[in-house]
Design a protein around this ligand. Structure first.
Ligand code: ZN
Length: 431
């Protein structure tokens, strides 16, 4: 199923022509309308006319999260406030939030790219979509809301929290799509069991989960728990919100809406472009009116695949985010991504998909401890089994990551549950 088949299956040659033209325009548009870019592009000596091939993008300076902070709140906007119809912002857990503005055309473009994504995961006007993302400044809820409405699905704008009511209405209203974070989908699934619901009580068939990384193992847990198909999608407030990319029925990478978001990969340390392999995703938002962005460093680590997909789409695919270059933990000289730890944990039976990573300093050395919930309360009475499980987890972590990690098993349901983005890392190290 396609929303805009023409673009989604267009030839690489035609797509690149379109990208080149849009990239040139974006450079000139940024130069003419955003003081920050005028200065940057003047320093680099670059104008749209210098972009002759897509590879010339290398000559354009990067944009970073710090640039948002330095130009807070409206310094990066290319349009006057009279043209702005919506403002979103990140939660800004540290300091000022990152601010994004949208014109009316931006909102239309957003709904369109997001509509492609929900349709590619099988959503249609027959569906009832329960949106359990928090509504508000956060882009997730309204991003999915506009897209699902655009394709004609019925929207149930629940927002997050109030789990018992979510479940009651999910049953009574016959919701077929759940929009939530993976952690909340897990929590809701567990609560449903505790409250005595059975899978037959629900008509749910699709989970459109996002806003935090979801490992392949976490996806499988959620799919089993609910008996549904779960699809990942990707985006961020700076770029537009969700809508940059999403998975098709083959669940083999997220198709990037490349006609609007031009992707590149770089080595985060040398900042050089990579032709293959894993790297930091850099996106140029070529068509946004209010907040165009040139070479935005997302800090997310991924891989790009330009082969045509079995679904018929030619749009490049990005692999699941395997970590963020600034989330990477350096422990005893080894680079560790929390997602690696999650993958190991969730591949082991008898463990609940809930864990916490605690980092401390001991005798000037980093120490890492992982608290993991076991799922079978009966283990509490079989101490030797518990010990065996603990040893198995330590062994698997060591062989996959290469360092000794202390593992503490904790009783079922003793770790915190999250209704929004999960906070699984507690960094108590002395800086
Ligand atoms: Zn596909």
């Amino acid at each position: 199923m396609f929303w805009e088949k023409d673009i989604e299956t267009c030839s690489r040659g035609r797509l690149e022509e379109m990208q080149l033209e849009r990239l040139k325009k974006a450079v000139d548009y940024c130069y003419e309308n955003v003081g920050f870019y005028k200065n940057k592009l003047d320093d680099a000596g670059i104008k749209g006319e210098h972009i002759k091939h897509l590879d010339d993008i290398e000559k354009i300076p990067f944009t970073t999260k710090e640039d948002f902070r330095d130009n807070y709140p409206y310094g990066l906007l290319a349009r006057p406030m009279r043209d702005i119809v919506r403002i979103h912002a990140t939660s800004g857990t540290t300091g000022k939030p990152t601010v994004a503005g949208y014109t009316k055309n931006d909102i239309d473009m957003w709904a369109t790219v997001m509509a492609r994504i929900v349709v590619m995961s099988g959503a249609s006007n027959e569906d009832v979509a329960q949106i359990a993302f928090g509504y508000g400044l956060f882009t997730g809820a309204l991003g999915l809301h506009y897209a699902l409405e655009k394709i004609g699905a019925g929207i149930l704008p629940m927002s997050s929290g109030n789990t018992e009511k979510q479940l009651m209405l999910m049953k009574d209203f016959g919701s077929t799509i759940l929009v939530a974070t993976p952690s909340y989908a897990l929590y809701m699934g567990e609560s449903a069991r505790e409250l005595g619901y059975t899978p037959e009580d629900f008509k749910l068939r699709i989970g459109l989960l996002g806003s935090e990384p979801c490992s392949e193992e976490a996806r499988k847990k959620i799919e089993q728990l609910w008996g549904i198909d779960v699809y990942d999608n990707y985006g961020m407030c700076e770029l537009i919100g969700p809508g940059v990319s999403g998975e098709c029925l083959h669940k083999n990478g997220m198709h990037i809406n490349e006609d609007h978001f031009l992707p590149e990969l770089i080595n985060p340390e040398t900042k050089k472009r990579l032709k293959s392999g894993k790297g930091e995703l850099v996106i140029t938002a070529m068509t946004k009116e209010a907040l165009p962005l040139l070479r935005y460093r997302t800090k997310d680590i991924t891989e790009l695949n330009y082969n045509e997909c079995e679904c018929g789409r030619t749009l490049a695919r990005m692999s699941k985010i395997t970590g963020r270059s600034d989330d990477m933990l350096k422990i005893k000289g080894v680079n560790v991504f929390p997602s690696q730890i999650e993958s190991v944990l969730l591949s082991i039976p008898n463990i609940a998909p809930h864990y916490q990573i605690v980092l401390t300093t001991e005798n000037y050395y980093d120490k890492i401890e992982i608290k993991v919930e076991f799922s079978d309360a009966g283990l509490l009475e079989r101490y030797s089994d518990l010990e065996k499980l603990q040893e198995l987890i330590s062994y698997k972590l060591k062989s996959s990551i290469g360092i000794d990690i202390k593992v503490s098993l904790v009783a079922p349901k003793s770790l915190e549950r999250f209704m929004g983005k999960a906070k699984r890392i507690e960094d108590l190290r002395k800086k």
